[in-house]
Design a binder for this molecule. Structure first.
Ligand code: SAH
Length: 215
């Protein structure tokens, strides 16, 4: 028997809550965004599982728990302007768009960006501004940002992005060169430096330089 999507969503949300995603606004966003719209058709029946899934161009849509964890760690307020690096499917973007005033998102694969834009339009996420480019350099014209989220693994501390953070901002990024990275949260220390916290081990596709030539 095929379960109605809302039953599956409710089950996922229960699981996320017991795993530590407790912020009500974050859980509400995760419940409201139809993840089945963001996964390839062949994985549609697994859309509400708590697992990462392959998308086009050899990339992945993140695991809902990790999306919840990162979004919660950002502590987004409704007036915030958020920068996201790595649009991918647009799923995390859609979650952010429900919590922030504006979401600026950058993707280095043109096809992924075009597909994500269509999904976000369909959902009526009118506060998302997209860019095809290398997100490793951030978005200087729109900086500074209240919050920055990197959804691809930065090989080392993402300095260019930290420089585009407001004095009371928060940046969350997976950092590391190997297949397993550390999820980090950076907060400005008020003296030109940053306080860094680690939030656990994660597995992200790498943050690559430049735009993709194909796809
Ligand atoms: N947030 C996405 C996760 C996508 S995976 C989702 O929910 O679906 C990470 C994405 O980061 C990939 O699409 C990859 O192409 C992109 N990426 C990697 N390096 C990048 C860079 N330098 N600039 C912009 N996007 C990048």
């Amino acid at each position: 028997m095929v379960e109605p999507a809302h039953t599956e969503a409710a089950r996922l949300i229960l699981g996320l809550r017991s795993a530590g995603v407790t912020e009500p606004r974050v859980l509400a966003a995760l419940e409201a965004v139809p993840r089945d719209l963001f996964v390839p058709r062949i994985f549609e029946d697994r859309a509400w599982e708590d697992s990462a899934l392959p998308i086009a161009c050899g990339q992945t849509i993140s695991q809902p728990f990790i999306v919840g964890l990162m979004t919660q760690a950002l502590a987004i307020e409704p007036r915030h302007r958020v920068l996201e690096i790595g649009t991918g499917s647009g799923y995390q973007t859609a979650i952010l768009s429900r919590l922030a005033r504006y979401v600026y998102t950058v993707e280095r694969y043109k096809t992924l960006l075009t597909e994500a834009e269509a999904r976000l339009r369909r959902l009526g996420a009118a506060n998302v501004i997209t860019r095809f480019g290398d997100g490793g350099v951030g978005w200087p014209e729109q900086a500074p940002f209240d919050r920055i989220l990197v959804t691809a693994a930065a090989p080392e501390e993402p300095r260019a992005l930290l420089a585009q953070l407001k004095p009371k901002g928060v940046l969350v990024a997976p950092v590391g060169k190997g297949p397993v990275q550390t999820l980090r949260r950076y907060l400005p220390d008020g003296e030109g430096g940053f306080r860094m916290e680690t939030l656990g081990d994660v597995r992200f596709v790498p943050l690559l330089e430049g735009v993709a030539k194909e796809g």
